[in-house]
Design a protein around this ligand. Structure first.
Ligand code: T1G
Length: 696
């Protein structure tokens, strides 16, 4: 849109409207349009004041993120905001929906702000690896004080309209049409002879040492590894010491520094792929089926979590359990989950009660699902048991209903083939706890109808999940790749690394946990069962972490038994290293005739990530994942991959595929069974290309 900013005068008020769908982002044309409008206002005898509006559902979604990383074009946003602030006539901003980042900074450039009920105001820049760069770190603390500003800015948070007024970020709360509310406020100001009120001219906020220290302490621990949050605190502190012009210059210096970090690139990549993952060309023009009534079969941890996720998003849920006792246990788990949501302020008590009385019920008879639109099975991971459940669903569910399985590795194609309507069958692989974890692998057998896939993605959006399309194979995208880099860790341990060093190195890379802590959390009995399940088809050249089998047989299953790789003490965070584990490993090395050698943390990180990326390349080759961004989203939302690294495939491109391939070829010289470079990786290197080129 060439002229996204319009200017018209109504009863002496210049109405300046930004109309730049979908989020009124402050791209160059909008910035120029605002400057032109301010020039016009200054010389317009008809206008005594101005109102800045955003067309559509929100005020302004911020600077245009798609412009980042490209050479910046005039006018720069800080100048635009300064032009608004320097207006000789009062300027009002009316905020509906959202005023985020540069959007709030534009509003802070205005002299008065009215916030519409339901709106959110915030500075989320640090979530993108940058800091507010158009005066937000200088004007916000002037308006609301350092402590309140530090509650918002390093957190990348937003505040609801009501709280914004309480804080002083906005002057008025209103309901209804932002244009009407804004015009009424502007007229009132003109009538009252209220002049301009530049925030920038307000005195420097008091230097709040306590708040600054507390914020630095918090953000040097949380979001470990991220640099922008701490940098934003420096910018806010500058506001306490410098007049506005110098403060804005200092803010811009820090902003530019953050713009040049790889973290900015990684976090912005994450922002865009979380949206693009839902855009599947195969679903263009395909309408999802209606889903309001959900059936869940099995009330264990996963079933109860899935039911909770659905209830929290307003779906009606019928949960099937084998008998009353099991049904009561499931209902109790769900009540606890909902209670947790009330405690976290995500749900009010009244709504919880209404959910439990009106929207949720249990039954033992599958007939209760006759009117359900979609059913998700979450019973014991055994193929025969799954097929029995699907036979029941096939018998009772109405035509057009969707039959879904939450299996985390069983063959969904085989399950689909076991019923009379395979085209209505799909895999919905939730991650535990299902009402908390964002990731949902949508596992699609060949037989599944396109509108069933569309229904799964629509349901994911409804549940607030990030859905990734996955093909059918053992472990789909995430668990299949996990098993490879886990195996790489075991190989390093057998060769001489300590599991504790591996965990430390992996965490230093940015993962929240190392593979052995994760094993203890998930339960070493789960790992043992997986190894047993795969024993029949295992290649003799593959290695088995016999020390882990020994731990299992010793009853040391990890956190749940108080001992696994680590020793856990009641009430104490984390576990202590266990010398007996090292003895078991030494024994395994002796059995394998291995002379242990040293590993650097860097080598551990490179082998761990090389195994991940190499298997991910195979997953892409086979079409299990359609695009590298699908792998990135899977690991960001399901496996705790450090967000500031953008995702493993983005990291691989940033690291350089030739170097990665070189590493794998080196490793293959000592172990050509485990380390076989994926053909796709070799092809991309030979074509001097990268994974990003496959993201479409
Ligand atoms: N720039 C460019 N594109 C954007 C955008 C933005 N700021 N925000 C959203 N989009 C695209 C998005 O990619 C998607 O595209 C479509 O709009 C709809 O988005 C100087 C430098 C505003 C709450 O961090 O949080 O200001 O996939 O699906 O659910 O200090 O978008 O359709 O092709 O998310 O209704 C700070 C980012 C920028 C806010 C709307 N602002 N956006 O949510 O829609 S940095 C942000 C959001 C900054 C200054 C600095 C959300 C939203 P596509 P959507 P939604």
């Amino acid at each position: 849109m060439t002229h996204p900013v319009s200017y018209e005068v109504e009863d002496g008020i210049a109405v300046i409207t930004i109309d730049n769908p979908p989020v009124n982002a402050l791209g160059r044309a909008v910035r120029q349009g605002l400057c032109d409008a301010m020039d016009r206002l200054a010389d317009d005898p008809q206008a005594q004041a101005a109102l800045i509006l955003g067309a559509g559902k929100l005020f302004i979604g911020g600077a245009d993120i798609s412009e980042f990383g490209k050479p910046p074009k005039d006018p720069w946003l800080p100048e635009v905001v300064q032009r608004i602030e320097d207006s000789p006539k009062p300027v009002v901003a009316a905020i509906q929906g959202a005023a985020l980042g540069g959007g709030l900074e534009v509003a802070l450039g205005a002299h008065y702000r009215v916030a519409m009920k339901g709106a959110k105001l915030g500075l989320p820049e640090v979530n993108l690896g940058i800091i507010p760069g158009a005066g937000g770190t200088q004007r916000t603390p002037r308006l609301i004080g350092v402590a309140a500003a530090l509650d918002i800015i390093p957190a990348g948070g937003t505040v609801p309209a009501e709280q914004a007024v309480e804080l002083g970020l906005a002057d008025r709360l209103a309901e209804g049409d932002p244009r009407e509310a804004g015009l009424a406020y502007a007229r009132e100001l003109v009538t009252a002879g209220a002049g301009t009120r530049p925030v920038g001219q307000m005195p420097c906020p008091d230097h709040d040492t306590v708040a600054l220290e507390a914020a630095r302490k918090t953000w040097s621990k949380k979001n470990r590894g991220e640099v922008a949050r701490l940098a934003s605190i420096d910018a806010v502190e500058a506001a306490t010491r410098m007049p506005i012009a110098a403060g804005i210059t200092e803010e811009r210096r820090i902003f530019s520094e953050m713009m040049d970090t790889p973290q900015r690139a990684g976090l912005i990549h994450a922002f865009f792929i979380e949206r693009k993952v839902f855009q599947l060309p195969e679903l263009d023009g395909v309408a999802p089926r209606e889903v309001s009534q959900l059936g869940v079969i099995g009330g264990g941890t996963m079933g109860a979590g899935i039911a909770t996720a659905a209830l929290l998003r307003g779906l009606d849920v019928t949960l099937i359990e084998r008998d009353d006792a099991a049904a009561e246990k499931a209902a109790a788990t769900i009540s606890r989950n909902l209670e947790g949501a009330v405690k976290r302020g995500k749900l009010d008590g009244g709504t919880r009660d209404a959910i439990l009385s009106d929207a949720f019920r249990t039954a033992a008879d599958y007939g209760a699902l006759a009117r359900a639109d979609l059913a998700i099975e979450a019973v014991f991971e055994d193929m025969d048991v799954k097929k029995q459940v699907f036979a029941e669903l096939d018998r009772v569910m109405k035509p057009g209903a969707v039959l879904a399985t939450n299996t985390s590795y069983l063959d969904v194609t085989e399950i689909a083939a076991s019923v009379s309507r395979p085209s209505d069958v799909i895999g919905l692989h939730f991650f535990s706890p299902a009402h908390v974890m964002k990731l949902l692998e949508v596992v699609v057998p060949e037989s599944t109808a396109p509108d069933v896939i569309a229904t799964a993605f629509a349901l994911a959006k409804r549940l607030g999940k990030t859905a990734v399309r996955a093909g059918v194979c053992d472990g789909f995208i995430g668990n299949r790749i996990l098993s490879k880099y886990r195996a790489a860790a075991d190989r390093m341990v057998l060769a001489g690394a300590s599991p504790y060093q591996v965990d430390r190195a992996v965490k230093a890379f940015g993962w929240p946990m190392g593979p052995y802590e994760m094993g203890d959390l998930a339960g070493l009995d789960i790992g043992y069962a997986t190894r047993q399940r795969r024993a029949a088809t295992r290649d003799p050249r593959d290695i088995v972490p016999t020390w882990a089998d020994a731990l299992y047989h010793l009853g040391r299953h990890g956190q749940k038994t108080g001992r696994g790789y680590y020793i856990y003490e009641e009430g104490k965070r984390g576990g202590a290293e266990d010398p007996e584990v090292l003895e078991l490993i030494d024994k395994a090395r002796a059995e394998h005739g291995v002379t242990p050698r040293d590993f650097t943390d860097e080598e551990i990180q490179r082998r761990y990530m090389a195994a991940l990326v190499n298997e991910a390349a195979r997953v892409l080759e086979e079409g299990i994942a359609r695009r590298p961004l699908d792998v990135d989203v899977t690991f960001l939302h399901g496996y705790g991959f450090p967000r500031w690294r953008g995702g493993p495939m983005f990291w691989a491109d940033e690291t350089g595929l030739p170097a990665l391939l070189g590493d794998i070829e080196d490793y293959a010289r000592e172990d050509d069974f485990f380390w076989q470079p994926a053909p796709l990786l070799k092809r991309l290197v030979s074509e001097n290309s990268n994974f990003a080129s496959l993201n479409g």
